[in-house]
Design a protein around this ligand. Structure first.
Ligand code: GLN
Length: 472
């Protein structure tokens, strides 16, 4: 049996019927990572000891009781911005190169409780700033479908780990597209939850009004299994909502799907557009009613996002001062020099750029013109979606205007890197949930269909995605 191809449910059945043990599965994954990850670069660090210990514990549980949670004994990977107690969490930055997490993020606590097995920490753009994982201070993650191309970002390592069978599932975080984009580029399923659905406690912050943790998986069902476990109320995150996920059996037949006309205009690659439109046609053939809708203010999403995110990031990153956390420059003569040199050497170009932009946008005299204005535009973007959901059940769009680009192609052009988020950032400014579903290939590379739902309607997204997954 090919252990590495199995889904969560298949592993669960296999463990139940004693076809294999969690230790066997875990070792197979560790072996695959050691053999394969030199080329892909999905992981920054392995937590092999922890994994083997957790797998052993899972096997004992399974031996004792034949009824056990679906995730017991299942190995997964974690974006290196999410804390795992006692393990390094770099957030892809030199400034946190040796930072050891003092506690578990809530999502990790929940997954540990289910008996899931942590294989290691995955690569990301520094502080999740980027769309290609090339902004990592440590390495570039390659796309498993074509290693001359990027995996997408910022959760590129998490997407690539699942796509290259180096993890059964993984966790990422999405601020402006960081789950959906790499999922689309790597051909896996990725879910960005509603803002407030999953606790952010223990996630190293980029922009706190947007960040959400979500799963990557090989199929929609696996994604749902993980989401069910990690979502729900957590007192440690004040923005987290009391949310009980319940399965929906919504079907495409009779469903109203909105297609935002603004998401199919200039800039989209023709072959990507065709894959997305073919998927929409499949939904229509299955009985869905397709209506054109308008999200007129989405055109301002990038401009608005790149004011709000740097502003919040400039505040969030102020804590990396060479004193409280991580790297501290030893040669500094006084306190000011500690700050300047530690931040100067410890932070890469993109975080520095955003700290400067954000500090400027928040500064007295400019606050009204930039930050406040961006928040007003954010309201307009949100209202477009609220209005649209009065008429339709779900919205379908591309995840990205193109497939995975070449390593180096946009690395030195921050503006063109920002444009990668043109279809994913508006959804985040509105706080909505959205999933990237592999819809087919364009020029041999995966294309994701973005399925956007109303607030806390992940169940609708997932059940429709599951039906469509079978049709595609
Ligand atoms: N590419 C976007 C940015 O650089 C999104 C990143 C993310 O979602 N973390 O901010």
């Amino acid at each position: 049996m090919q252990l590495l191809d199995l889904t969560i449910r298949q592993i669960h059945e296999g463990l139940k019927s004693k076809k294999f043990t969690s230790q066997e599965i875990t070792k197979a994954y560790i072996e695959q990572i050691k053999k394969n990850d030199g080329i892909i670069g999905a992981y920054l660090s392995l937590t092999e000891d922890l994994a083997l210990e957790q797998a052993k514990k899972a096997d004992i549980e399974i031996e004792k009781n034949n009824e056990f949670p679906l995730l017991t004994g299942v190995p997964f990977a974690v974006k290196d911005a999410i804390l795992v107690e006692g393990k390094i969490a770099t957030a892809g930055s030199k400034i946190l190169e040796n930072y050891v997490s003092p506690y578990d993020a809530t999502v990790i606590e929940k997954l540990k409780r289910e008996g899931a097995v942590i294989l290691g920490k995955t690569n990301l753009d520094e502080f999740a700033m980027g769309a290609s994982t090339e902004n990592s201070a440590f390495k570039i993650t390659k796309n498993p479908h074509d290693t001359s191309r990027v995996a997408g970002g910022s959760s590129g390592g998490s997407a690539a780990s699942v796509a290259s069978n180096e993890a059964v599932f993984s966790l990422g975080s999405d601020t402006g597209g960081s789950i959906r984009l790499p999922a689309s580029f790597c051909g896996v399923v990725g879910l960005n939850p509603t803002y407030g659905a999953v606790s952010r406690y223990g996630l190293i912050a980029l922009a706190s009004s947007l960040d959400q943790i979500g799963p990557f998986a090989k199929n929609v069902e696996d994604c749902k299994i993980v989401f069910k476990v990690i979502s729900g109320k957590d007192k440690k995150d004040a923005t987290n909502q009391n949310y009980n996920f319940e399965d929906s059996n919504l079907k495409l037949n009779g469903l109203k799907i909105g297609i935002p006309k603004e998401y199919f205009q200039e800039g989209i690659d023709k072959n990507v557009e065709k894959v997305v439109k073919d998927a929409i046609k499949k939904a229509e053939d299955a009985g869905a009613k397709i209506t054109e809708i308008s999200l007129p203010n989405s055109q301002y999403a990038i401009a608005c996002y790149y004011i709000i995110v740097p502003s919040e990031a400039s505040a969030n990153l102020a804590r990396y001062d060479g004193i409280k956390y991580g790297f501290s420059e030893k040669s500094a003569k006084d306190l000011l020099e500690v700050y300047l040199k530690s931040r100067g050497k410890g932070l890469g170009r993109e975080p520095q750029r955003r700290i400067m932009l954000g500090t400027y946008a928040l500064s007295s005299g400019y606050y009204d013109a930039y930050y406040k204005k961006a928040q007003e535009v954010r309201e307009l973007i949100k209202k477009d979606f609220v209005n649209a959901f009065l008429k339709v059940d779900l919205i379908f769009s591309p995840v990205a205007p193109f497939t995975a680009f070449k390593v180096g192609e946009k690395a030195n052009d921050p503006l063109s890197m920002y444009l990668v988020d043109m279809y994913t950032s508006a959804v985040k400014l509105a706080g909505l949930p959205a999933l990237s579903l592999p819809a087919g290939k364009a020029d041999g590379l995966p294309v994701g269909l973005q399925i956007i739902g109303n607030y806390f309607e992940e169940s609708k997204i997932l059940s429709v995605a599951e039906e469509l997954e079978n049709l595609l």
